[in-house]
Design a protein. Sequence first.
Length: 103
Amino acid sequence: MTTGKDLVCKLKKALYGLKQAPRAWYARLDNYLQQQGFKKGVAGSNLYIKTDQGKLLVALVYVDDLIFASNNDEMSHEFSQSMGKEFEMLMIGELPHFLGLQV
């Protein structure tokens, strides 16, 4: 017989017990980026770099945000389109500040 206390425990576990959800999301993102030709940066496991014939695209994963920059507008646009098809995301636009620093 299920008691009210058991139901509350199950609800709490469903809401707050997803400790591995961020890890699973990051693993999926990591796998996708590497399939797209990105290499992990030496500075940290959240930095990804892709080069193609002198074009450079750098992506940084910060918690649940993805910040990217490129020296080629077409490469940026293709990356944005690709990410939008694979993941549910919002494009906020250019980044004026990051962690309190002006970009």
